[in-house]
Design a protein around this ligand. Structure first.
Ligand code: EPU
Length: 427
């Protein structure tokens, strides 16, 4: 098992290049199965979730050719299997997108239930409700979700909760269905818009992505395309918060500032100084951060995937902060790790009360999930002395070359194996 060792207590300085968005990539890769000719996908992040999906596509029969580190050509023409096993899904949430994509392609799909980070119960009832409205029979048997339709037809679907996954899965299943599908109370995240743009570039007819009502008029066929994935909003936000939390001065490059509005607004409340450019944002923190209130919400609200990182920053703020989790039932599992580093945080249900301390202290901690792991790195960079982070495979699921990127900002961070030797960088 590999670990990160961080010698913290120094401000981050410099600029960092943001990679393609994980949560767009993991929707777009399964969507390639809907095309009748090869697709070239650019700006793919080098993260383990992408590697897992590329392996799954190849096991389904698609041709996968790596063109360079962030570009891949996928030829879906010979994909013949509609089964995604537990081994192929490897505990990823995004494996559920094969349900929509395979249904759209073959009118049948058999997929192991999705895994992913543990935030309490993660139901897929809204995905199933959508598939059923499109004419699919869904049963769960022998630990697999089995979805079958004689043919798919458009339908009007109202989501009971704003769900990124359900919105994406319904788009994938509906894009070649007969007639018009309307998704109401749809998720509005940038990756929903990116998937719609990708599908439209293949010949789909999708309108309204980015609003609460998405209209999908089914088309007969989708053709291969060349498409570049948007920058990762959460990776950008993570480096922005790390800059502020260490009292640094960092420019995050290759970003879409519009996607970062809620994060920028909250950082300004904490006292950070932000400069926005066309495709970059500079973050400086001139003094001790100020306490504030944060509530996570679906986009355009403050993203739940930034909640552990901002709470870590607030752990050294002047005053008491209130952080309310508005998306997941249980996204405070990392708090126990942060208190090992001296943070003063009381959690009651979906609310954390954070009483700012002057400094965090280095300690051995664990990455309990992907974004919690990013938060532990930020905490390690804030705390003087040596912090060791275990269970870092969670972090590799979603952050490209994270030790290299933080090192380029002046951080002392290294990846070591069980014997303390430097480990090969993740690629
Ligand atoms: N929900 C239901 N029923 C459903 C689906 C969702 O009740 O059928 C509930 C969930 O329990 C949750 C809420 O709806 O309370 C939102 O869940 P959503 O479906 O939007 O989440 P997801 O699609 O499973 C994606 C991201 C997560 C991110 C959430 C919310 C991907 C692969 N994952 O998950 O990202 O937290 O949206 O924005 O896109 C991460 O990147 O670290 C990550 C966890």
């Amino acid at each position: 098992m590999e670990k990160f060792i961080i010698n913290g207590g120094r401000p981050l300085h410099g600029s960092v290049h943001i990679s393609g968005a994980k949560n767009a990539a993991v929707a777009i890769l399964p969507a390639v199965l809907l095309a009748d000719s090869p697709c070239v996908i650019e700006n793919l992040p080098q993260i383990s979730d992408v590697k897992t999906l590329l392996t799954s596509l190849s096991e389904l029969g698609a041709g996968v050719r790596i063109i360079n580190k962030s570009t891949v050509e996928i030829d879906p023409r010979h994909a013949a299997s509609f089964i995604v096993t537990k081994e192929m899904a490897q505990g990823m949430r995004a494996s559920s997108y094969f349900l929509g994509a395979l249904l759209g392609r073959f009118c049948k799909a058999r997929v192991a239930p999705p895994g992913g980070c543990d935030f309490g119960v993660r139901p897929i009832d809204q995905h199933i409700k959508g598939f059923e409205a499109l004419g699919t029979r869904v049963i769960i048997e022998n630990g697999m979700v089995d979805a079958r339709a004689a043919s798919l037809h458009g339908a009007s679907i109202y989501l009971d909760v704003v769900s990124v996954g359900a919105t994406i899965n319904i788009m994938l299943a509906a894009v070649k269905a007969r007639g018009l599908t309307v998704i109401e109370n749809a998720a509005r995240e940038p990756h929903i818009v990116d998937l719609a743009n990708f599908l439209n570039s293949m010949g789909a007819d999708i309108m309204g992505a980015g609003t609460g009502v998405i209209k999908i008029r089914g088309v007969e066929k989708l053709s291969g395309t060349q498409y570049s994935i948007i920058p990762d909003q959460i990776e950008a936000g993570t480096y922005m918060v790390a800059a502020a939390a260490t009292g640094g001065d960092v420019t995050v490059e290759n970003v879409t500032p519009k996607h970062l509005e809620s994060i920028i607004a909250k950082l300004i409340e904490t006292g950070a100084v932000i400069e926005e450019f066309d495709e970059a944002v500079r973050v400086r923190m001139p003094g001790r951060p100020r306490a504030c209130k944060v509530k996570t919400l679906p986009h355009p609200g403050f993203p739940t995937d930034m909640q552990p990182q901002i709470s870590t920053l607030l752990s050294i703020a002047d005053g008491t902060s209130i952080v309310t989790e508005g998306v997941w039932d249980n996204r405070f599992r990392y708090v126990e790790q942060l208190t090992l580093m001296g943070a003063d945080i009381q959690v009651d249900g979906k609310t954390a009360v954070i009483t700012g301390v002057e400094h965090l202290k280095s300690a051995p901690v664990r990455a309990v999930d992907l974004r919690a792991g990013a938060a532990m790195i930020i905490a390690g960079l804030m705390a003087p002395g040596e912090t060791v982070i275990e269970d870092i495979s969670h972090i590799d699921r979603g952050y490209e070359l994270i030790t290299e990127k933080f090192s380029s900002l002046g951080a002392d961070i290294k990846r070591v194996n069980d014997y303390g030797a430097p480990a090969a960088k993740f690629a």
